[in-house]
Design a protein around this ligand. Sequence first.
Ligand SMILES: NC(=O)c1ccc[n+]([C@@H]2O[C@H](COP(=O)([O-])OP(=O)(O)OC[C@H]3O[C@@H](n4cnc5c(N)ncnc54)[C@H](O)[C@@H]3O)[C@@H](O)[C@H]2O)c1
Length: 447
Amino acid sequence: MFRNISVIGLGKLGYPMAQFLSSSGAKISCYDKDLELVNKLKQDQGAHLHERGLNNLVNNNNDIIFYDNISDCVRDAEIIYVTVPTPSKLDGSFSNEVILEILNEISLEIIKTKKPYIININSTVQPGSIDDEIIPFLESKGLKSNENFYIIYNPYFVALGSVIRNLEEPDYLLIGSSSIYAAKKITKFYNSLYKNPKIKLLKFKEAELTKLLVNTYLTTKISYSNFVKNICKDFDDISDLRVLESVGLDSRIGTKFMLPGGPYSGPCLPRDNLSLKKFCLDHNIQNSFSDEVQRINNATIENLYKVVSNLKNNHKIKSFGFLGLGYKSNTQCFEESYSIKMMNFLESLNIKVFYYDPYLSETFNATRVKNFEELTLNSDIIFLSYIDQHFNPIVQVKHKKKIWDLWYHFSDSKFNKIFHKESDFEKFSDISSDSSGNIVKLVNKVS
Ligand SMILES: NC(=O)c1ccc[n+]([C@@H]2O[C@H](COP(=O)([O-])OP(=O)(O)OC[C@H]3O[C@@H](n4cnc5c(N)ncnc54)[C@H](O)[C@@H]3O)[C@@H](O)[C@H]2O)c1
């Protein structure tokens, strides 16, 4: 059981991680180089992250202390969690620059205190990083691996908006290690933190690759679903939704991520796919697979542009409203958001764009409105990037506006003027009196 844990990097993963780890009863020492962020965290305790369940952890009187430098932050630590950015380089691989910057500071502390810290890298790294870059870097400071320091690679599988649930209820814990001592320590810790956790202990490169392969499997499922959507597109008598639901009922396949919808986006999936591609390239491994997954994803965005162009040309749409520009509900993150790509495309067509996004603090070229009703009043059509409590079906029905429900949050036909594909739009154009629209329950298949 660790009594003193440090967390370095307090972003979308790091701060929820710090709060979660504090539920073990340990003292959590935190550091982030962004002092403005630290001040914000001290004030709002992560409210800006909109993470469900974070509030409950915050209210538990946890022992969390912020430091303004790394050496003070790690001094008493038995284990140091490192959750800093590993930005994608132009070639698709992840940069370890920030990790090395931090390890440099920690190495000075090890030399001073002679304490053999366990350093737990949570950031996603390129396979091979720990053996080929991270350990050699620390050894270049005169330190010996598994003697003066212990590295663990322990990426978590989290989705923004549900980070706390994902931390609390992981399917399994992926741990890369080369030391029996460190592996035993972390296993013991997780056995005290979780009830019967599934722990998978691997070599570093295996764990690094596994992290990428899980996410790229998800991109594969999303692209497969969009491939099926494309197959069904021109058949009036085939529902892509029903076909994919049925395919997913085979337990070997599963229903998760089997939904005709939009492209994959966000801070992890697109770049993990590129990283795997680079890994294969570096090792002369033939891989047209990653290219095809990405090609389908790009085509999915292109198809959205086509629908938008047709809505303008064939249906004289002049204004367009987005419920959400971020890539999903409950997050301030808009990395690789297809709604923003669509917004830019719409603007290039001189279509007036409005958006209502209660989570984003950034502003965009499009006109930001204060609530869903204002969005509905201003827009000929509303695009549901996601759906949450900010969507108000009563308002939508009252103003008789059409809704583009890309992700099938509502099932077909019952909810008037909800359309999923362009051909439906025509159908709903004819409906004039739908104010008693039959609202169906959310089906919300993608968490
Ligand atoms: N966010 C996710 O859903 C998610 C999921 C799985 C893995 N990851 C991985 O976790 C890592 C962190 O992701 P994130 O989304 O939390 O990033 P983030 O950008 O939200 O947060 C990173 C934090 O690190 C801080 N930082 C940067 N340089 C620093 C330094 N030198 N010293 C101390 N702090 C520093 C930044 O100020 C920032 O607050 C990445 O490798 C990412 O790929 C993220």
